[in-house]
Write a protein that binds this ligand. Structure first.
Ligand SMILES: CC(C)(COP(=O)(O)OP(=O)(O)OC[C@H]1O[C@@H](n2cnc3c(N)ncnc32)[C@H](O)[C@@H]1OP(=O)(O)O)[C@@H](O)C(=O)NCCC(=O)NCCS
Length: 364
């Protein structure tokens, strides 16, 4: 049996910053409410396409691994906000980076898209079916946001990250994972008016709506992620004391605190960047992983615990053993095209559209 070593990592966060104060200029909210309920202070807004963020993070990950994209044999891309349904976004990325020998699959399990992808890619490598896999996770969630919904709009942001995993005989990479889905609660997070279940003849079609049961999701997230963490520790015979760093899905600081408490991990061992980016769904874990390495929080041979939760309601956890190398082999200068707008300027037409739609719905 082989292992699937993580040899490269990269991230792409768009430059336009949307602060809590910016949100309070067009919706009835406040920095105090958002910070005290979620820990989020600001988030990023994408000014280009989702695939642009995916390509930039892929180029950083490939440079860190010093890998020729033609050597990749598979791309797994976790996202629910793809550029288009057809062709899939993994194909767009493959073409753009020159991954001419790679199969290309989109994985839509919402926030768990990266962890699901890492689990699938790792096991395809471990069985020998594939050798070099690019796993991407990210989201252009601002594109799918209903900007009249203060209970949802303040929580999310745009970003993307990626890792390269390669076949290795060294015992490292994702050593254990447990993934699952609480499908009975599938409508606790739901994006409506988009997809073939909705009539194209309806006037509502493409006015994205959200069903969002925040408190229900909160409770289930803490329970499912902590149970999954304990399961992967049990699978590997490790204890929480062996874990150097937890790199979890970043949805809400209060969820992270509750998770740490339940699993019995001190707060200082939990990597947190939700204050900077909000919930970037499938982007949170690969971005947090890249930043953990940039900040020197990962040491050779460390055991990292990761956990995620999202729409579906999908959940999962994984135990990663890091290899010897914690620095990139090469650096890439890949970046997004320049952005000449503020986040509020990018969003202005969408905020107006949803405000008008919400006002007309209220008057009916
Ligand atoms: C959404 C969430 C932050 C709400 O926090 P909460 O502590 O449950 O919120 P509360 O129930 O105390 O507050 C709700 C009140 O705040 C109001 N409110 C909602 N959003 C608000 C906002 N952005 N600004 C100000 N007030 C807001 C509501 O209208 C409600 O008011 P009411 O009591 O007068 O009806 C929290 O439930 C959560 O984080 N859930 C998990 C969501 C998540 O991350 N999902 C993705 C998982 S991948």
């Amino acid at each position: 049996m082989h292992y699937a070593k993580i040899t490269g990592w990269g991230k792409c966060v768009p430059p336009a910053v949307l602060s809590n104060e910016d949100l309070a200029t067009f919706m009835d909210t406040s920095d105090e409410w958002i910070t005290s309920r979620t820990g989020i202070r600001e988030r990023r807004i994408c000014h280009c396409n989702f695939s642009d963020m995916a390509v930039v993070s892929a180029r950083h990950a490939l440079a860190a691994a010093d890998l020729d994209p033609a050597e990749l044999d598979l791309i797994l891309l976790g996202s629910l906000t793809n550029d288009s349904y057809c062709p899939n976004t993994a194909s767009l990325v493959a073409d753009e980076i020159g991954a001419v020998n790679a199969a290309a699959i989109d994985v839509n399990s919402a926030c768990t898209g990266f962890l699901y992808g890492l689990h699938i890619g790792t096991n395809l490598i471990r069985t020998g079916a594939h050798k070099k896999v690019l796993v991407i996770g990210g989201e252009f969630i601002s594109h799918y946001m209903n900007w009249a919904r203060r209970d949802v709009a303040v929580l999310f942001g745009d970003a993307c990250g990626a890792v390269v995993i390669e076949q290795s005989d060294e015992e490292c990479g994702l050593l254990a994972a447990k993934i699952g889905c609480e499908a009975d609660a599938k409508y606790a997070i739901q994006i409506t008016n988009l997809g073939s279940a909705y009539s194209r003849l309806s006037e509502e079609f493409l006015y994205v709506g959200w069903n969002f049961e925040g408190q229900e999701v909160f409770k289930r997230a803490v329970k499912a992620m902590s149970q999954a963490c304990m399961d992967v520790l049990e699978q590997t015979g490790l204890t929480v004391d062996d874990v150097s760093l937890v790199v979890p899905h970043q949805a809400n600081k209060r969820i992270l605190d509750a998770l740490a408490k339940r699993v019995g991990i001190p707060e200082e061992k939990v990597f947190v960047n939700v204050h900077k980016y909000g919930n970037t769904s499938a982007g949170t874990i690969p971005v947090a992983l890249a930043e953990s390495l940039e900040e020197g929080r990962v040491k050779p041979g460390d055991y990292l615990l990761t956990a995620s939760f999202g729409a579906g309601l999908t959940w999962g956890a994984g135990l990663i053993k890091w290899g010897e190398r914690v620095t990139p082999l090469q650096l890439s200068d890949a970046s997004l095209p320049a952005c000449d707008k503020t986040a509020l300027e990018i969003l202005a037409p969408h905020i107006k559209r949803y405000a008008e739609h919400s006002a007309s719905a209220d008057s009916q």
